[in-house]
Design a protein around this ligand. Structure first.
Ligand SMILES: O=C(CO)[C@H](O)[C@H](O)COP(=O)(O)O
Ligand SMILES: [Co+2]
Length: 220
C-alpha cells in the first residue's frame, strides 16, 4: 500500500488543528511530526505538547520523526503524547538496538532514519527488527529543500536488500517529495511518502488528493 504522510512542518501553525484535519479527511493515512532538538539538527521545531494537542484532531497514524540526539530519552513521553510509530536516526543513537527495542517494548512501530550520506550497511544487523526505514532525501533540519537525486538509487538498493531477505519493511522517503518526483520514488520501491511543502503550501486537501490520485495509478 502507498501511504502519504503529510509533514506539519510546512503547515500554517496558527491553524494547525484544521490543517491536520483537512489532510486527514482528504485521505492522508499518516501525519508526520518532525521533532527537532537544535543539536542533532540546527533547528528547533516542536515537541510533546504540540503532538498531544493534535491527537484529538484525528485518529490517523502519528508518525514521529525524531531528529534528536539520543532519542531513547524521550520514547515514553512521545508515546504518552500519542505517537503510533517512532523513527530515530541511526546517526543519533549510540546504542541503536537498545533504542529500537525501547520503542517496540512500548508497543509502538519502530523505524530507523538514515541521512543522505549514511550507507545502507548500518542496517545490516538491525533491519529484521524494523517496521520501517526512513531514507532522508534531503539533509534533515529544514522543510522546503530540494530532493537529492542520488538517494533514488539508495531506495532501489534498500528495496532489493529487503526483498532478498524476505522481509516486508516499509520504506519511507522524506524531503523534497513532490507530485513530480513521487512516481520515480514509487518505482524505486518506496511506499511511505512524507510531503511537507507539497501538501501544506496552498490547499492541503486538494494537494493531498493529487498525491492519492497518483498512488491510485499504481494500485489499480
Ligand atoms: O524531516 C524533515 C526535515 O528534516 C521534513 O519531514 C521534510 O523536510 C518535509 O518537508 P518538505 O516536504 O517541505 O521537504
Ligand atoms: Co521528517
Amino acid at each position: 500500500m502507498l501511504i502519504l504522510a503529510p509533514s506539519i512542518l510546512a503547515a500554517d501553525f496558527k491553524n494547525l488543528g484544521q490543517q491536520v484535519t483537512d489532510t486527514a479527511n482528504a485521505g492522508a493515512r499518516y501525519i508526520h511530526l518532525d521533532v527537532m532538538d537544535g543539536a542533532f539538527v540546527p533547528s528547533i521545531s516542536f515537541g510533546m505538547p504540540v503532538i498531544a494537542s493534535l491527537r484529538s484532531c484525528t485518529d490517523r497514524i502519528f508518525d514521529v520523526h525524531m531528529m534528536v540526539e539520543e532519542p531513547g530519552r524521550y520514547i515514553s513521553d512521545i508515546k504518552a503524547a500519542g505517537a503510533d510509530l517512532i523513527c530515530v536516526h541511526a546517526e543519533a543513537c549510540r546504542h541503536l538496538d537498545r533504542t529500537v527495542n525501547q520503542i517496540k517494548e512500548a508497543g509502538l512501530k519502530a523505524g530507523v532514519a538514515l541521512n543522505p550520506a549514511t550507507p545502507l550497511s548500518v542496517l545490516d544487523c538491525i533491519l529484521p527488527e524494523l517496521d520501517m526505514v526512513l531514507i532522508m532525501t534531503v539533509n534533515p533540519g529544514f522543510g522546503g529543500q530540494k530532493f537529492i537525486p542520488y538517494t533514488l538509487e539508495k531506495v532501489r538498493n534498500l528495496r532489493s536488500m529487503i526483498k532478498q531477505r524476505g522481509l516486508e519493511t516499509d520504506i519511507q522517503v522524506d524531503g523534497g517529495v513532490t507530485c513530480d518526483n513521487v512516481r520515480d520514488l514509487i518505482e524505486a520501491g518506496a511506499n511511505v511518502f512524507v510531503a511537507g511543502s507539497a501538501v501544506f503550501k496552498g490547499d492541503a486537501a486538494a494537494n493531498t488528493r493529487k498525491f492519492l490520485d497518483i498512488f491510485e495509478e499504481y494500485e489499480r
